[in-house]
Design a protein around this ligand. Sequence first.
Ligand SMILES: *[C@@H]1O[C@H](CO)[C@@H](O)[C@H](O)[C@H]1NC(C)=O
Ligand SMILES: *[C@@H]1O[C@H](CO)[C@@H](O)[C@H](O)[C@H]1NC(C)=O
Length: 476
Amino acid sequence: MLSDGVERLFSLASLLGLLLLISSNAILVLGQQQAQQQVCPEQNVIAPCICTVKKNGLDILCETTDLVHITKSLGTLKDKSPIIFYLKLRHNNLPKLQGFVFLALDIRHLTIHNSSLAAIEESALSSLGKGLTQLDVSLNQMKTVPSLALKHLFHLLILNLNHNKITVLHNNAFDGLDTLEILTLYENKINTIEPEAFRGIEKKLKRLNLGGNELTAVPQKALSILDNLKKLEVQENKIKTIREGDFAGLENLDSLILAHNMITAVPANVFSHLTLLNSLELEGNKIVNIDKDAFKGLEENLQYLRLGDNNIHAIPSEALRPLHRLRHLDLRNNNISVINDDAFTGYGDSLTFLNLQKNDIKILPSMIFENLNSLENNPLVCSCELTWFPKLLQELKNRDDEMAQKKKPVCHMSVENREYYVQAMPLEKMHCAGLQTDGAGLNLLDNGVLLMWTLLLVVLGTVNMHDVMMMFLCTF
Ligand SMILES: *[C@@H]1O[C@H](CO)[C@@H](O)[C@H](O)[C@H]1NC(C)=O
Ligand SMILES: *[C@@H]1O[C@H](CO)[C@@H](O)[C@H](O)[C@H]1NC(C)=O
């Protein structure tokens, strides 16, 4: 009786196992069916395009061909309706994208790059609305935003129109792109942005790149509705003046890039609406004047400020003082000759990076770096610009300076990926000979920097040695 029961139990178990086996097979078959849709056509069928299978769908690349061949290749996919995760058309001759070219194709990321594209017919993209999340039409001949063709792309997240020939952004140019988060228009010829240009994309837009264009002023009206924007790039334009109110409305902005324009002054309150701003880049302008209230409004969040490659004559201490969160201050390559006693008072405590390279510093009070306690011990890079350092240390040694004995700075040699004591840098491997004539090189020795380092080391001897600091010297 007992063995009978056990036997029955076993057969029940094997039946269950069989059932399990069948059902898992069924799942397998189902899975295969799904995978089958993601099979590439034979290469000779899809040529001149190339198809590969990726995790999320097919990846199709068509290069140096034309619309006739591309249409024929894509035609081989239509009856199978696979997910085309990437369709990349590059270096082709596609002056015009005709209506319905992508009909019955499920494309998620579409790239038409460097293909002489000048026009996109209104119905060319309309069938892609339900699936397309990224559209890249960079390096083409577009003279205007193809607004009518774009307006059905109501799942688009990223639109890249870089390197085209767009001159004007008309009102409602992007209307319909309700979900757009990233819009990039780098290196066009934009000189005019109409006040309602960004109407329709204001709710979701997080990043906007208007760099490398021909703007002569901040397009204040158009920008003012972008209250979710986090990053705004307007570098490499021709902006001469920035004014109070220019950035009104951009209340969530985290990063503002105004580098490489022609800005001469930073007036009072110009950034006052940007209370969440973390990073401000103003390098490569012609800034001479910074108002004492220039950075008003930025007190609570600004951590990165780049003012290098301008024409600033003194550390703008008054303007910087309220920035008690500032960590990174770059003032390289200006015309700063004097650093006052209180140059870093008020904001110096939070700095971890300070770049004063390529200035003309001649006068430096001895107690200046007392406020810079938190500068990190930045690793130096072994470079020809450091060759003065061993000399300095030798000098200090000759003067029997206690600091010099203690302090053995190390630099990193990237070619060998190892560190050297600066005193023992392998000069012969560094090809520093002949650089004496280079103003950016060893000449630094003669003016401010040598003096600064001397004083710095002296000061350090009197300051808390736990937070030993190093000025950061960039190699470029
Ligand atoms: C653009 O495509 C052409 C061929 O149509 C090619 O010769 C050229 O090198 C490409 N340019 C870039 C920047 O890729
Ligand atoms: C730098 O400042 C000095 C005076 O401090 C001035 O004589 C000189 O012209 C300035 N250089 C430039 C390039 O503006």
